[in-house]
Every structure is written in C-alpha cells, then in structure tokens.
Design a protein around this ligand. Structure first.
Ligand SMILES: Nc1ncnc2c1ncn2[C@@H]1O[C@H](COP(=O)(O)OP(=O)(O)O)[C@@H](O)[C@H]1O
Ligand SMILES: [Mg+2]
Length: 296
C-alpha cells in the first residue's frame, strides 16, 4: 500500500517512539519496519504480543537473505512478528555490523514496502547522515517525516539534513517524495517554541509540505520502551498522536479514510468527557490544495 519513512538528523529526538505510536494508531493494517543501521531498539524494548520476547534473529536480515532473488510481499510478512498490542513489526539489525548482510538491498526494501499487499509500512530509518545506506529507501516513500525537538541545535541539524536529502527526494516535484517535520515538544510550547521550528523550516528554499507537533510525554513514551502502564491510550502522547496519525495516513493514501482502527484504539475508551486528542490546531487541518502547509 504506502510507505512512510521516519528519520532524524541528529541526536535521539524520538524517531522510533514516533514510528511505534503512529503504528499503534494507524487506521489501516500496518507494519513498522525498523531500518535503522545503528541496530534494533524494538527487539530490546518491546515485549512480544504474548508477553514473551521478540525473536531478534528474525527481521530485516532474514528478509534480505530470503529475498536475494527477488523480494515479495509474502517474504516481508513471513519475517514480521507481533509486538505488544498486536503491532506487526519487522525488526532491524541486531548490531550495526549486520548492515553488510543487508548489503545493497535498501532500494528493493523501499519498493517492496511501498507495494506491500494489504499493509502500509512505517519505516524507522533512525539518524540519517550523509552516507547512511538506508537513505536509499526514502526515494520509494510517499512521505518522509523528519523528527526533531524544539531546540535550536536540533533545528539547525534538521534544516541542514533536509536541504541535503531534498537533492535526492525532489520534494517540489509531484513525482518526488514530500517532506514533513514532526516536532516533539511539551504541548505548552506549542505557541512559541514549536511555532518557531515551523517558521524555521518554512523559511527554507526546500518545500517542507507538512508540519506536525507530537507531545513530549516521558510517561507515555515509556510504554513504547516496554513499560507497563494502565490505559496507554489515555497518555498525553497517544492523545496527541491520534490527530497527527490520522493526518499522515490521509496524506499518504487519501482514498482510504479511517477504515480501520489501530492497536491502541481498537477498544474505544469509555467516554471520560475529555476530547480524544489535543485541541485541533490549524496545522492539523487537512490540506485544501497541493503545497498547503499545516502551520499557523
Ligand atoms: N514524545 C516523547 N515524549 C517523551 N519522551 C520521548 C518521546 N519520544 C521519545 N522519547 C524518549 O526519548 C528517548 C529516545 O527516543 P527514541 O524514540 O529511541 O529516539 P530515536 O529513535 O530518535 O533515537 C527515549 O528515552 C524515549 O522514551
Ligand atoms: Mg531509534
């Protein structure tokens, strides 16, 4: 169906957590594919759906081996496994050294993920530097989301990385890959620090078509590092991610709208009188024309 790539420029702003929370809330069947050559985090952080341990030896490396003569959807699916909450995950490399086992498969991964039968794919690319091989997967994506924090150093590196990646992705071209940014920040900073990040990317020569804000919420994020929490669907992070995830899903496949519900929303919470997400912001409104942005 559709491939969404999630990456970061520097540091550890929350790319993996963003991929997992979006996967949990995704409105269609989805696989979260861990494509970070720094090594798998999901295998060590998340329990399996049955409460056991995920099999760290099954994932991208076994997929690469099985698909040497051609990658197919069924091979991708036979190498995925279910994490807590029923989320389908394709685990990444156990160690960075395993990157050689994947070799030059990255463009093929991109193509098969974007065409995966019956599933969208959210690929967590991790930190994407100048030479990181997983960059080759981005060209197949319908959207690249760069995750950052609302801090000056994060924004400087974000801008630099977007400028370089845009040379390849050609986001201004209808056939290129559009770029969005996801700012992880305290909801209280939405009107100042988050807005400043939006302005900083808006002023770039490169078009950044989408700008989103995800709540900084350590307790909510800890669930995606394996912590047990009562009613994770009520965390500030999950609440803020609902509207954003719906938007991203609509951006990459506008013909399918809220057809299904994801792992954390499959059992609707009893109405506690509070709204589902943060108050809708202007940048969370669907685009009304091409090139529209989501910043206020
Ligand atoms: N939205 C968030 N709110 C609070 N903490 C977060 C959030 N996203 C990530 N974190 C925390 O930041 C750290 C790095 O997150 P991670 O998702 O692994 O980042 P990356 O994949 O960019 O390295 C982890 O401790 C994680 O729990
Ligand atoms: Mg990560």
């Amino acid at each position: 169906m559709a491939l969404v790539a999630i990456a970061s420029a520097k540091g550890s702003p929350g790319a993996t957590t963003t991929a997992l929370v979006m996967g949990a809330l995704w409105p269609r069947p989805v696989v979260v594919a861990e494509c970070d050559t720094a090594g798998s985090d999901i295998a060590v952080r998340m329990p399996a759906a049955d409460g056991g341990v995920l099999d760290g030896d099954r994932g991208l490396v076994t997929l690469a081996a099985a698909g040497r003569r051609g990658l197919r959807s069924d091979l991708v699916l036979s190498n995925t496994q279910q994490a807590l909450g029923g989320l389908d995950v394709l685990l990444g490399l156990r160690t960075p050294e395993q990157a050689s086992g994947v070799g030059t498969m990255w463009p093929q991964f991109g193509a098969v993920f974007d065409g995966l039968e019956g599933y969208d794919v959210i690929a967590d690319l991790g930190r994407c530097g100048a030479q990181t091989p997983q960059n080759a997967l981005m060209r197949s994506a319908r959207l690249l989301i760069m995750v950052c924090r609302a801090e000056p150093s994060s924004v400087v590196h974000l801008r630099e990385r977007i400028s370089v990646l845009a040379e390849d992705l050609d986001p201004a071209n209808p056939h290129g890959t559009p770029i969005g940014v996801m700012v992880v920040a305290d909801p209280k900073k939405r009107r100042d620090a988050v807005r400043q990040v939006f302005q900083a990317v808006e002023q770039m020569d490169v078009p950044v078509a989408y700008r989103w804000h995800l709540a900084y919420d350590p307790e909510g994020a800890a669930v995606f590092s394996g912590s047990v929490r009562n009613r994770p669907d009520r965390s500030v992070l999950v609440r803020s991610a609902r509207a954003v995830t719906g938007e991203v899903a609509r951006v990459v496949a506008p013909f399918f709208v809220e057809a299904q519900v994801g792992a954390y929303s499959s059992a609707p919470p009893e109405d506690d009188g509070e709204p589902d997400g943060l108050a809708p912001q202007p940048w969370q409104q669907p685009a009304t024309n091409s090139g529209a942005t989501h910043a206020d």
